[in-house]
Unconditional design. Structure first.
Length: 173
């Protein structure tokens, strides 16, 4: 399987590397990282001061050549009535997106200081694996340690392991 990472906006090289390494490690897949793309026109919602996640998925699906394509962006995303999303994927689809915007905050809502690069990197790895998992047909898992567990806050992201639980892993294989 080939997964294409499509950076949208200014995504630092270490973040792209962490995302690529996580996908290769968990899914044993080939990963290609594209050149950065511009934010999709019409994606910004002025009333919310956020971007529509669906627009980023459509962009990744259009420009990516992989079996699975994921946009990676530092922009703040939302989906429908949710205040924000760390990422979004359509079950069994080929496109998805991860936003690093809110993954940089600490569990108590402030910005991390000591070890923040490591914590941030862990969160990026978990979310990229999570969203690609959805494109492979995985739904949210009840196991709070599984990377496929629903995690609406960074505190819950931090609790998860960076890999699939045994049950989810069997479903993918």
């Amino acid at each position: 399987m080939l997964v294409d990472i499509v950076p949208v906006g200014e995504v630092p090289a270490p973040v792209k590397r962490q995302a690529s390494d996580a996908l290769q490690s968990v899914y044993d897949c080939d990963v290609s990282v594209h050149e950065p793309r511009e934010i999709p026109s019409g994606a910004y919602d002025e009333g919310r001061s956020q971007y529509r996640a669906e627009e980023f998925i459509e962009l990744a699906s259009r420009v990516g050549r992989g079996e699975k394509n994921i946009a990676l962006t530092p922009e703040d995303l939302f989906y429908r009535r949710r205040n924000y999303v760390f990422g979004l994927a359509y079950l069994d689809g080929n496109g998805s997106v991860v936003s690093t915007y809110r993954l940089q905050t600490s569990s108590d809502g402030g910005f991390s200081e000591r070890g923040s690069d490591e914590i941030f990197g862990d969160r990026v790895r978990k979310e990229i694996v999570h969203e690609i998992g959805h494109t492979l047909g995985l739904e949210h898992c009840d196991n709070k340690r599984c990377v496929m567990n629903f995690s609406p806050t960074v505190r819950e992201v931090d609790v998860k392991e960076p890999h699939l639980c045994g049950s989810c892993s069997r479903r993918v294989r």
